[in-house]
Design a protein around this ligand. Structure first.
Ligand code: HEM
Length: 304
């Protein structure tokens, strides 16, 4: 049997040069269900407008309020800081909803983002905004190729999407986490040491045969934690920049287990990469299928 639920297509739309991530909080005195309704309403006509991909996600507890039977049972927000070993922590900065816009150039993203913000005004406001752009085709701002062990687009749906027949079918769990790089400390390392930290070579991303157990790729080993689909992007300015981690999985546990491992809580050492990069946001969003969004009426209740 083929898949019946249609995912939000921007999740899988590769090759876009410009990105914006807008995280929203519901205003005091407003009802979160109205935000779900307003986002469901704004998606449809705009999904392909001006060549902009629009992906919408919701704080899992908020989506559950609106569509309890269409939410994975264990989906939950990033509601508490993740405290790792030797004082390392990943802050919880959960918001109510996220819009991820991607397209060919920043001008169309800019206009579409402003339209979306205007359409949601009165219910919710932007709490966190990040814009992103590719660096040297497929590298992150450490200079390493990011995405080598990502599944191909053939395999990504199987890995990222909740299967038909399960609550939330065609949806996915998104971990959005903004990591600032300590560029001075990182760039003072010899390339051979950077490669030990990552567990892969810098020029061509070959996995090291004798990679250290605290290397980043050992800390996030997908054979151990399960596979995920990453759409990471560089963000920031020349003086203040890093990696927007954008990871999708059909099971939230894969993502949270990787974070615990990176923080040194999975029986191994803390990920060496966390000595040169620091997360300062962290949120999980449920990204429903387009079918699920279509079932939401603008008043924010599930039409059935
Ligand atoms: C500053 C933040 C981060 C940077 C710069 C970064 C960069 C990289 C790089 C360069 C690789 C090796 C090439 C590849 O396979 O893509 C990699 C692998 C990977 N990263 Fe990250 N990453 C970051 C954060 C994270 C986080 C927060 C997670 C999980 C929640 C994660 C999950 C993975 C996974 C699953 C792999 C592949 C591991 C395998 O070989 O099975 N990364 N990352």
């Amino acid at each position: 049997m083929g898949r019946m639920s249609t995912p939000q297509s921007g999740i899988l739309a590769l090759g876009t040069a410009s990105h914006a991530y807008l995280e929203f909080d519901v205003g005091s005195g407003e009802d979160g269900r109205d935000l779900v309704g307003a986002i469901a309403a704004l998606r449809e006509p705009r999904t392909t407008m001006g060549g902009v991909n629009l992906v919408a996600g919701f704080r899992p507890e908020l989506w559950r309020q609106v569509a309890p039977d269409d939410t994975p049972g264990d989906a939950a927000g990033f509601n508490e800081d993740l405290t790792g070993v030797d004082g390392f922590a990943m802050p919880a900065t959960q918001h109510d909803a996220v819009l991820w816009l991607s397209g060919s150039a920043y001008d169309v993203i800019f206009d579409a983002a402003r339209d979306a913000i205007a359409a949601l005004a009165g219910i919710a406001a932007v709490a966190e905004e990040t814009s992103s752009w590719p660096y040297r085709h497929d590298r992150d701002l450490t200079g390493f190729i990011d995405g080598t062990e990502n599944p191909s687009l053939i395999d990504a749906p199987e890995i990222a999407l909740i299967p038909d027949g399960s609550p939330g079918a065609g949806g996915t769990i998104l971990l959005l986490q903004k990591w600032a790089h300590d560029a001075v400390a990182w760039e003072s390392l010899p390339v051979a040491r950077q490669e030990e930290v990552m567990g892969r070579t810098k020029l061509d991303s070959v996995e090291l045969a004798d990679k250290a157990s605290d290397s980043h790729v050992a800390s996030t080993d997908q054979e151990r934690f399960g596979e995920i689909f990453r759409r990471n992007m560089p963000y920031g300015t020349v003086t203040d920049h890093g990696t927007m981690f954008v990871g999708f999985s059909s099971e939230q546990r894969r993502l949270s287990a990787m974070l615990e491992s990176m923080a040194g809580l999975a029986g191994g050492a803390r990920d060496a990469l966390t000595r040169y990069t620091r997360p300062f946001t962290g949120a999980y969003y449920f990204v429903p299928s387009t079918d699920s969004l279509r079932r939401i009426d603008p008043a924010g209740s599930e039409a059935g």
